[in-house]
Design a protein. Structure first.
Length: 121
């Protein structure tokens, strides 16, 4: 089993992305191929979960498009992922926030983590 994992780590190129967890609002830009053309598309939403480890790690992002919820699963080792920008850090108690799917209106809000920066003089 370890031999398989070692070979997989050698073959798959991992990019460096910022740290994020469930409850965070992220903006994911990824490449889409349409015929001979290639373009970058943005997907901004709330991270519902991160699962797996190493080269098989994935994360699920949910956004509202009109009144319809759209979820997309991104593998972290995908060559189509260009970058991930964390726009808000969310304060949630669980690692997987699937209860967020049933929420609408004000109950669908996630508290923002406050960060207190102290400047040294």
């Amino acid at each position: 089993m370890d031999i398989l994992r070692e070979i997989q780590n050698e073959l798959v190129e991992m990019k460096e992305f910022p740290k994020f967890s469930s409850g965070d609002t992220v903006n994911v830009s990824y490449k889409i191929k349409e015929g001979a053309k290639e373009r970058t598309q943005q997907f901004q939403g709330v991270v519902l979960q991160r699962r797996g480890s190493g080269t098989t790690e994935t994360f699920t992002v949910r956004k509202m498009s009109g009144n319809i919820g759209v979820e997309r699963i991104f593998p972290l080792s995908s060559p189509f992922l260009e970058n991930i920008v964390v726009t808000k850090k969310g304060s949630v108690r669980r690692a997987r926030i699937f209860y967020f799917r049933q929420r609408t209106g004000k109950s669908a809000r996630i508290r923002e983590k406050r960060s207190f920066h102290t400047e040294k003089k």
